[in-house]
Design a protein around this ligand. Structure first.
Ligand code: NAD
Length: 291
């Protein structure tokens, strides 16, 4: 299928990044959200990030202008009806996503491909509640979208080869690389990454190492660009805990049990960078370990 217009639902952290890369690659982008503030904020962030790419000479001023020209924001979900591909990137709650698909379906063309950027919800289950399980799949970007070169493409049990191939072409046109994943909890990246982060928290919890020694060990000893606790703060500790719970429930194996210390940080509201404090305290000039 020839994809030219891409609808994006949700203009948060991921939605604005997806809109940015799609418009820059030449697609018409229709970006929607329930909140006008979120849409205004998304456009401001996209402009700022495009400006940064211009100043670093990664793109020209005309590329930036053309990308912004190809982008339309709207509060009306039904405006996405003319999309060839829809990427849902709204809040990670199954009821929210299900309501979006229900409201959107009557407005879609018959051949529109529907996808979700969900990190943890079953693609097969989301697809089963639509009229087009064979045209439904997971389109999972990494954060920050303009920087990270991987996209996981997740097949639900019913996803057709044509749907997969169309999405693969879109990923390649962005200059990104697709990893094909089957629809099981955590897909590939989070299935491997989150247990490592959780194990780092256990290592801290059991007093094997301090925050600094754990992060230093993995940076200097395993050549990771960021330590696991630093990375957990970047992702958000609530998100890490939610994904561990999905692995634990979905795979029914105690090896995925979330570390009680991770739960405690989340209960304290110490969610990482976004709340000013997590395994590090970000409220001063330099991050300071909290343990
Ligand atoms: P976010 O909270 O930054 O943004 C979510 C946006 O969805 C908000 O602007 C909210 O107003 C909007 N929204 C809520 N209900 C809506 C509705 N009914 N219609 C339209 N918009 C609605 O969240 P995010 O971090 O951008 O995550 C979005 C999705 O991407 C989630 O499914 C998440 O699992 C996934 N994801 C997140 C990351 C990450 O690192 N943050 C990485 C990969 C995938």
């Amino acid at each position: 299928m020839d994809i030219q217009t891409i609808g994006i639902v949700g203009a948060g952290q991921m939605g604005n990044g997806i809109a940015h890369v799609m418009a820059l690659a030449g697609y018409r982008v229709l970006l929607t959200d329930v909140s006008q503030d979120a849409l205004d904020n998304a456009l401001a962030i996209i402009r700022k990030n495009l400006d940064r790419q211009v100043s670093r000479e990664k793109i020209g001023q005309s590329d930036k202008d053309a990308a912004l020209d190809r982008m339309t924001t709207t509060l009306k979900l039904s405006d996405l009806g003319r999309s060839d591909l829809v990427i849902e990137a709204a809040t990670e709650r199954e009821t929210v996503k299900q309501a979006i698909f229900e409201d959107l379906l009557p407005h879609l063309k018959q051949d529109t491909i529907l996808t979700s950027n969900t990190s943890s919800i079953s693609i097969t289950r989301l697809a089963s509640r639509t009229d087009r399980p064979e045209k439904f799949m997971g389109f999972h970007f990494m954060n920050p979208v303009p920087v990270m070169s991987l996209v996981e493409l997740i097949r639900g049990i019913a996803t057709s080869k044509e749907t997969y191939d169309s999405c693969l072409k879109v990923v390649e046109s962005l200059g990104k690389t697709a990893a094909s994943a089957e629809d099981f909890p955590g897909f590939i990246v989070n299935r491997i990454l989150m247990p490592m982060i959780n194990e780092a928290v256990y290592t801290l919890y059991e007093g094997v190492g301090s925050v600094l020694s754990i992060d230093q060990s993995m940076k200097l000893g395993a050549n990771h660009p960021m330590g696991p606790l630093e990375l957990a703060d970047f992702i958000g500790l609530d998100t890490c805990l939610a994904i561990m719970n999905v692995l634990h429930d979905g795979l029914a194996d105690t090896k995925y049990r979330p570390c009680p210390l991770l739960t405690k940080y989340v209960e304290a509201g110490w969610l990482g960078r976004k709340s000013g404090r997590g395994f590090y305290d970000y409220r001063g000039d330099e991050p300071v370990p909290t343990r």
